[in-house]
Design a protein around this ligand. Structure first.
Ligand code: SF4
Length: 77
């Protein structure tokens, strides 16, 4: 079985989520609750904040459970 990978997109940016890597540091939803909210489904709403802010917070995920794909970029595995 491969790793679970989920993608949440706007026209500007795609947030890639690998749940098995998450260390539950809470960094993402403390920093940007408008986008990351574990109480709702889907829990990531990239349209909740400007794309640059989403990129910034995703870049701070300590486990790299969150990563970014840009439109037109080949998907990472
Ligand atoms: S910042 Fe990364 S490791 Fe922390 S809860 Fe969010 S996804 Fe998980």
């Amino acid at each position: 079985m491969g790793e679970i990978i989920k993608r949440y997109s706007t026209d500007e940016v795609t947030v890639v989520w690998r749940p098995e890597r998450c260390q539950h540091s809470a960094n993402c939803f403390r920093s940007l609750p408008e986008v990351f909210d574990l109480r709702v489904n889907p829990w990531i709403k990239p349209e909740g904040a400007p794309a640059d802010r989403v990129r910034e917070i995703v870049g701070q995920c300590p486990s790299r459970a969150l990563t970014i794909e840009e439109p037109g970029q080949p998907p990472s595995e």
